[in-house]
Design a protein around this ligand. Sequence first.
Ligand SMILES: Cc1ncc(COP(=O)(O)O)c(C=O)c1O
Length: 384
Amino acid sequence: MLPATERILLGPGPSPVSPRIMRAMAAPVLSHLDPDLVVMLDDVRARLGRVFRLGDGGLCLAISGTGTSGMEAAVANIAHEGTRALVVVTGYFGDRLAQMLGRYGAQVTRVEVEWGRACDPEAVRKALASGRVNLVAVVQAETSTGVLNPVEAIARIAREHDALTLVDAVTSLAAHPLDVAAWDVDVCYSCSQKGLGAPSGMAPIAFGPRALARRVPSRSFSFDLSLLEDYWVRRKYHHTLSSTLLYALREALIAVEEEGLEARWARHRRHHRVLAAGLGAMGLELLPPEPERLWSLNAVCVPEGVDEAAVRRTLLQQFNIEIGAGLGPLAGRIWRVGLMGSGSSSQLVLLFLSALEQALREQGYRMDPGAGTAAAADALASFR
Ligand SMILES: Cc1ncc(COP(=O)(O)O)c(C=O)c1O
């Protein structure tokens, strides 16, 4: 059965898809080599270049697949046997990146960071000083812990050591500042279903000039950059790209440019702050310390005595709101509340806080009635 109502998607992704993007997907299907479609490929490449801030001499396209395919495409073209990779692991997705690099033959050294904290760039400097490394890999927005890693500083240190920097921007693209060219990031990938606000199924990826010069022969056929470039740039068949998903991605990119990238980052920051103010007034805490918090994904600590799964169930069944559970060592300890794309709105923050209050009350959790929404409304007013 098809869903009867639109779920309010405030989990770690996908984010809500706005009506204009849904409408774009209703356009007639074109074949992957149709002259009207290939023009759109150029348009999407140009728009992606602006969202990543890729600069000159690089290559941008979108992998047919989810964020994990973006990760695999990045790894498959940059790492092979003999690559010495330093991977910053601050949570579940840093670990996935380390595993992926290992599968493609890289010799992986992990910089392990306690879950809930960001990586100190000095830890990367120290690790780079103790051995020759070709590649530093880091997740900018660690979705499992709600932590923002300092990509700019890490990439600068990697560049000082002549190593490439590979960045996972799955939960940060179009939500947090990211400047691939200015920060000397060499490879960066994301997804369509979070900050961009399209459905999942396309994974934007950007290769800077140094990465293109140092790319390796890809062991993967699906993710071979040379073959993908043949299709995206030279119109040679490689796979049957979904025109429907391309329309959605393109419409999402147009919406990003209409809003303005920096205004969009500011919107995500504002609504994160408003949510944090509301949660604070309800006696709830966020897991990471303030300067290390994501705006797109809020890791909320489950208070003592509260059944975290029951709260999620109430939100879903009574309020039609989805939030995420904790992963790995944080299972049962946090909720993951995503405010991404069109989900980053004042209306949804206020709705969520009042629904959460109700769900917590059912668990016997005590707070001043309405304190969360009142504090959020005050915080919102302070931004006006
Ligand atoms: C930081 C990060 N990297 C990679 C992925 C994998 O993306 P997907 O689930 O779209 O394959 C996710 C998914 O949430 C993520 O948050």
